[in-house]
Design a protein around this ligand. Structure first.
Ligand SMILES: *[C@@H]1O[C@H](CO)[C@@H](O)[C@H](O)[C@H]1NC(C)=O
Ligand SMILES: *[C@@H]1O[C@H](CO)[C@@H](O)[C@H](O)[C@H]1NC(C)=O
Ligand SMILES: *[C@@H]1O[C@H](CO)[C@@H](O)[C@H](O)[C@H]1NC(C)=O
Ligand SMILES: *[C@@H]1O[C@H](CO)[C@@H](O)[C@H](O)[C@H]1NC(C)=O
Length: 489
């Protein structure tokens, strides 16, 4: 999930960025990360270390044969920062399958609320908010899937030091996630040297390369080595200038705004400037784009919006916070049709005492207040990289596998934004643009570059697996194998 703040708020964000001070981060001691992990590959030892996080009586959960674990991992003892994770072992032969970390974006949105229970996890939250439904296309059919609520303040993740919430940014998030991984490996030592991938969508388009870059750098120290093999990105925010240009061009080419509005933008907006919004013509024309998008679901142009009398979001709030309302308008596909109100069901489910107890979040009496996105984090974000394309270059040089996909009915991080970003890398094309197939239909189009694979998903919105669950699983399988998706019907 990614939000667009009001243009004015963007300006404030820039100011906040300038004024932000660097938080003091005490990184967990390296010594505690190395040495102890590899000694125990055996089952018994593993159970001793993580059995307290085994989830055994989750309300409304379908019966399954795989194990799953949830709980907190401390990333900084000094300030008392702890991140919440939910880990599903692979459906079969977990010890032979890779480990994949999945991240959602925002910044401020939950990977549990989106990734795990709306998109690619084995349990999809039901329409009554009371139970879970089995997802036959869960990505844990092919990999051990780790979902992390990051940074602190997102979902169940927290800090005991209030000022931590005020200094959140890309770098501190990468640092904490990195510390999380090492501390998580202490609890799950059999995964310490496992083949590892990082995947994510939307604002995680920034998180994923940033974390991969950090792992790559730290891997120079053998005692810190993590066996990272590649990254997978869906409708990813990548380069602010390219992303904005793609957003406005897509809105025009998909008949959301007029020729006149688009012409004004083209003539007055310089998205590469650090001062884009001081131009009034530009600012007003972009506001017009956002105004039109408020009428529909920017994340899925051709599906209905959530009209729900019991919705947690009132019209009033929608006026105050541009696009806040759209966060309750995702268009998941569940049995029998689309249901755009799933965010609300997730909120209902994760605030139940028995659920929080089963996930080792609270004692069931003193509850945590779970929301799918934390808007304070979104608006307070104090440091963001303009572009992660330089990190792409570094990872390509390091021969990591990089696959980027894009649902082509998303207006938020549209396929055009991604194409502008990737084409600016200037990579040589190794296999020309062509369709790829799933279940005898065109799943989308594919272009392979030296060091990078790009694919579209035809007719999918922002959170691709919600719209195309079967094609997404097939595509994920291809990614893990490093084999192009099928070019034959
Ligand atoms: C945060 O504070 C609570 C209450 O003192 C404590 O139980 C908890 O362990 C602390 N969390 C961390 C990560 O230190
Ligand atoms: C991230 O960690 C590095 C290395 O420990 C440190 O130098 C840097 O200040 C940290 N950055 C933030 C924003 O926490
Ligand atoms: C914007 O960029 C210009 C030229 O690179 C620089 O002089 C100026 O300080 C920057 N302004 C801000 C607000 O970052
Ligand atoms: C839970 O968080 C929401 C959003 O931050 C807030 O509006 C609400 O008052 C909180 N509820 C409780 C019980 O703390």
């Amino acid at each position: 999930m990614a939000f667009i703040p009001k243009v004015l708020s963007l300006f404030n964000l820039t100011l906040a960025l300038l004024l932000s001070h660097i938080s003091v981060v005490v990184v967990a001691r390296h010594a505690q990360w190395s040495g102890t992990e590899t000694k125990s590959n055996n089952q018994n030892n593993r159970n001793i270390q993580n059995s307290d996080h085994l989830v055994s009586n989750l309300p409304g959960q379908p019966n399954v044969d795989f194990r799953h674990y949830a709980g907190y991992v401390t990333v900084n003892e000094f300030s008392g920062r702890a991140l919440f994770y939910w880990f599903y072992e692979a459906w079969s032969f977990p010890e032979e399958k890779p480990l994949v970390l999945w991240l959602n974006g925002g910044p401020g949105c939950s990977s549990v609320g989106y990734g795990a229970t709306q998109e690619i996890g084995p349990f999809i939250v039901g329409t009554d908010g009371n139970d879970l439904q089995l997802n036959p296309y869960s990505w844990n059919r092919e990999a051990n899937m780790l979902f992390l609520e990051s940074p602190v303040g997102v979902g169940f993740s927290y800090s005991n030091t209030t000022s931590d919430y005020e200094n959140l940014g890309d770098d501190s998030t990468a640092n904490d996630t990195y510390a999380f991984l090492h501390n998580w490996f202490m609890k799950f030592p059999s995964y310490r040297t496992r083949t590892f991938y990082i995947a994510g969508e939307s604002y995680a388009g920034k998180y994923v390369p940033e974390l991969a870059g950090l792992i790559h750098d730290r891997n120079k120290d053998p005692s810190l080595f993590i066996n990272l093999k590649g990254i997978l990105l869906g409708n990813p925010e990548t380069s602010d200038a390219e992303d904005w240009k793609g957003l406005v061009d897509y809105a025009w080419s998909h008949a959301v705004v007029s020729d006149e509005t688009h012409k004004t933008i083209r003539e007055s907006c310089d998205f590469t400037s650090n001062d884009t919004w001081s131009n009034n013509d530009c600012s007003q024309a972009v506001d017009e784009v956002l105004k039109q998008y408020k009428e529909i679901d920017i994340y899925s142009l051709y599906t209905s919006v959530c009209i729900n009398a019991n919705s947690a979001y009132s019209e009033n709030k929608a006026q105050q916070v541009m696009f806040k309302k759209t966060t309750s308008k995702m268009m998941p596909r569940i049995l029998g049709g689309y249901d755009p109100c799933l965010d609300d069901y997730a909120k209902g489910y994760y605030n139940k005492p028995e659920v929080q107890k089963a996930l080792h979040v609270s004692d069931g009496l003193h509850l945590k207040n779970w929301t799918i996105c934390n808007m304070d984090i979104f608006y307070g974000w104090s440091q963001s990289k303009d572009s992660v394309l330089p990190i792409y270059k570094k990872l390509i040089d390091a021969k990591l596998r990089i696959w980027v996909y894009s649902g082509d009915t998303d207006g938020r991080v549209p396929v055009l934004s991604t194409r502008y970003s990737l084409s600016s890398l200037g990579l040589p094309i190794t296999r020309a643009w062509r369709p790829w197939y799933n279940q005898k239909q065109v799943g989308g189009w594919l272009q392979e570059y030296e060091g990078l694979t790009f694919a579209t998903f035809r007719g999918a919105g922002h959170a691709v697996p919600i719209f195309k669950p079967s094609a997404s699983l097939a595509f994920f399988t291809s990614f893990l194998l490093g084999e192009s998706p099928s070019s034959h019907r």
